[in-house]
Ligand binder design. Structure first.
Ligand code: FAD
Length: 338
């Protein structure tokens, strides 16, 4: 019989990965996923889904490398399996180009992707505005396919799903033995955590099936990511900007910058546009605390604030959240020790 009742809040890539991890690893737990929004309406659904880490300044680099390595290895196994097409996960090769030579030419994730090398002068001739470049193969995980696929995996191991907005974690704690908070930007309201803030991103979905390799400007502002259904072309990074409406000037800027990077895009038709708010935080929050209700201390594990790397770090951080949960279930809660 499943004795331990666990609830995961949030059904983006972080929440679903965490829910699947727990439900598949801890058979004695009954796992419920509660979320206000599900695929295709989460931020994760609009992400290009390219696996490319960014450094969080206050988190040991080895921990970040482990998050990325575990995510990469997990998604690579899916890409190499007959499930790849349903899950929307595949290898993707391309270039990251820089207008100025970066101080750190070899990033901390260089040995974790495939075939990382510096671009040759011959290759760089295609990018006259840029002086330096990196070529590598990473993975692309398209959440429009991956999230429904994860949801099926969760249901297949007995996971329960509830569509609901959570407004009070204390009330939730009355009905569960452990809570895992994966509410992304929602944590700003649910926990009053003002350290998590939006970084607005607008993208264009272009029809350009001749493009097979990604191109990204190292400044992070312009990128071209060929995908299964369309090419995601971005973008913007507007901190503290909550607007979900499309912005005409942003569209023009994206088109101008991306055509400069890849002139053939001039011929591409626009299939759609999208705006999403990255759940940014100086340092992603992955830690445990307790909620005290009715004389019980209920473990509350946080896993949010992934910014522009939610897909990139999804499985590695889910494994860490699982570890914190398992530890909490084995330990005595704080007041039981008094
Ligand atoms: P979300 O996907 O936002 O999910 C949060 C979930 O919590 C939702 O289901 C929501 O309904 C739920 N929730 C919130 N509050 C509550 C509440 N009170 N009660 C119940 N449910 C609640 N990342 C990459 O790794 N690679 C990329 O190439 C990439 N490209 C991007 C491009 C753009 C333009 C943008 C905007 C983002 C991109 N990202 C990318 C970042 C990525 O989208 C995020 O890091 C990721 O979606 C975060 O996942 P999440 O599950 O934490 O949040």
């Amino acid at each position: 019989m499943k004795r331990v009742k666990v609830v995961v809040v949030g059904a983006g890539v972080v929440g679903l990965s965490t829910a699947v991890c727990i439900a598949e690893t801890l058979p004695y737990c009954s796992v419920t996923l509660i979320s206000e929004k599900f695929s295709p309406h989460t931020t994760s659904d609009g992400a290009a889904g390219i696996l490319l880490p960014k450094e969080f300044p206050g988190i040991p680099l080895e921990r970040q490398q482990q998050w990325f390595k575990k995510s990469f290895d997990h998604l690579l196994a899916i890409a190499d399996s007959p499930q790849a097409s349903d899950a929307g996960v595949y290898l993707s090769s391309g270039y990251q180009v820089f207008k100025d030579v970066p101080r750190d030419k070899k990033p901390f994730w260089a040995d974790l992707v495939f075939g990382f090398r510096y671009m040759t002068d011959h290759e760089l001739k295609r990018f006259p505005d840029h002086k330096f470049g990196q070529a590598f193969t990473t993975l692309k995980c398209e959440c429009l396919s991956y999230l429904p696929w994860l949801e099926q995996r969760f249901i297949a191991v007995g996971g329960q799903i509830i569509h609901e907005k959570v407004t009070d974690l204390h009330k939730l704690a009355l009905n569960y033995d452990a809570i895992i908070n994966c509410s992304g930007l929602g944590s700003r309201f649910l926990l009053k955590d003002e350290e998590v803030y939006p970084v607005r991103g607008q993208i264009l979905k272009l029809h350009a099936p001749w493009l097979k390799n990604f191109i990204r400007d190292g400044d992070g502002n312009t990128y071209i990511y060929p995908g299964i259904r369309f090419v995601s072309v971005g973008g913007t990074r507007q901190a503290d900007d909550w607007r979900m409406e499309l912005d005409e000037r942003d569209r023009e800027g994206i088109l101008e910058r991306s055509v400069r990077l890849e002139p053939s895009l001039r011929a591409a038709a626009i299939l759609g546009e999208w705006v999403g708010l990255r759940p940014a935080r100086e340092n992603l929050r992955l830690e445990r605390e307790y909620v005290n209700v009715g004389g019980r201390a209920v473990p509350l594990v946080h896993n949010y604030g992934h910014g522009s790397c939610g897909v990139t770090l999804s499985w590695g951080t889910a494994l860490d959240a699982l570890h914190l949960l398992r530890k909490s279930l084995l330990e005595k809660p704080p007041q039981a020790r008094l």
